[in-house]
Design a protein around this ligand. Structure first.
Ligand SMILES: Nc1ncnc2c1ncn2[C@@H]1O[C@H](COP(=O)(O)OP(=O)(O)O)[C@@H](O)[C@H]1O
Ligand SMILES: [Mg+2]
Length: 359
């Protein structure tokens, strides 16, 4: 950072607070050298115009799965123009139709109008991909989500696996999941094609978390703004709660915020301890993890509900949007397990109360 600008922000202990936020992509990923090398090895053929190996990445939350996959894809595109990375978060796009459509869009093909069947999109996708000079490498992050939807959206795994099996459509699939049972849920034939390689991401140890936090603290805070023991405390909590780097980083961030709120120039162990429970809830609650990916109206709904439960009518009024649109998004949020709605009968008829679901 520019040294003069750094002086301007004298009232803050943060040099670059963004570095502690969930979607920050660090340049260096320590302690994931083996996993990154394995993934790169599987994808390398795509740079030569051949089908890469399909990979399933498995591991508990906060073990660097998303970050490593994104980093490898980024490096792959820098290395060669032939692979065409397509990143899809299945929480954001949880349907077979949506996923096929998103891939089609990334390939530069016109999006079909609504109402067209998934099977038809699929054949369009494959005939288009066949003539393409590039190899799509599709990341399906949080793929477990596909198994928890009402319709058979996991069908898309079969679609893509089958396509990649037929050599006429060179295509790579990287499925990322927290749920180690996911492979047991798919048909054996597809399993072997989907999981040509399984890469497991282990939990981080306290020492590994310390290294990750130290790197991050250098970017995020001004020198000397964090007491030496703070990193150790955050690393210990992250390790105890599942070897979770997201949690450890969130705790460091919130400790910094706490220090700032108290008008202190230094983050201390007391600050870290004070934010411990809140950090666990923020980083670990399933709800928080899903919430990271929300955008637009769904983000707005969740923000409104954070202030308290609302009647559906009040929500429609506040959002100033057609009731039908709001209802559609409420349904989606409910399916994701982020909100719940309780219907009660009153003397004026039925009422729906919408609130956030804590998990
Ligand atoms: N090896 C690492 N080095 C630096 N930061 C990491 C590392 N592993 C994870 N992180 C950070 O921890 C957080 C969670 O990682 P993420 O890849 O989202 O985990 P997962 O997808 O396994 O739940 C992110 O903010 C990420 O930047
Ligand atoms: Mg992830």
């Amino acid at each position: 950072m520019n040294v003069f600008r750094a002086m301007d922000s004298g009232e803050s202990i943060f040099r670059d607070e963004k570095a502690l936020q969930p979607n920050f992509l660090p340049d260096e990923l320590v302690h994931r050298e083996r996993e990154i090398a394995e993934l790169a090895f599987c994808l390398k053929p795509a740079s030569g115009g051949r089908s890469p190996q399909n990979v399933v990445i498995m591991g508990p939350p906060g073990t660097g799965k998303t970050t490593c996959a994104k980093s490898v894809l980024k490096q792959l595109s820098e290395y060669s123009q032939t692979p065409l990375p397509v990143y899809i978060n299945c929480w954001e796009t949880p349907t077979r139709f949506g996923i096929l459509n998103a891939i089609l869009g990334e390939l530069g093909e016109m999006m079909p109008r609504r109402g067209i069947a998934s099977d038809e999109i699929m054949s369009r996708l494959f005939s288009f991909a066949k003539n393409l000079k590039r190899i799509p490498v599709v990341v399906l992050d949080e793929a477990d989500r596909l198994f928890s939807t009402e319709y058979a959206n996991e069908q898309v795994l079969y679609d893509l696996a089958r396509a990649s099996e037929m050599h006429s459509v060179p295509l790579g699939i990287i499925a990322i999941t927290n749920d180690t049972e996911i492979l047991a849920k798919v048909d054996g034939r597809i399993r072997s094609s989907l999981a040509q390689k399984v890469i497991e991401f282990p939990k981080y140890t306290p020492t590994q978390l310390k290294d990750i936090l130290s790197e991050r603290a250098k970017i995020a805070f001004f020198p000397g703004a964090v007491d030496a023991d703070v990193i150790g405390v955050c690393a210990a909590v992250g390790a105890k709660e599942g070897g979770d780097a997201r949690l450890a980083i969130t705790m460091l961030w919130m400790a910094g915020r706490q220090a700032e709120r108290e008008g202190k120039r230094k983050v201390t162990v007391e600050h870290a301890k004070k934010v411990r429970d809140e950090s666990i809830e923020k980083a670990r609650g399933l709800y928080a993890r899903k919430e990271e990916t929300l955008e637009g109206i769904e983000r707005e709904i969740v923000d409104l509900l954070k202030k308290g439960a609302l009647e559906s009518g009040e929500l429609y009024a506040k959002l100033k949007m057609p009731e039908r649109t709001v209802r559609y998004h409420l349904e989606r949020l409910e399916k994701m397990g982020i909100i719940k709605s309780d219907e009660t009968a009153t003397k004026d008829g039925r009422k729906r109360k919408i609130s956030l679901k804590k998990s």
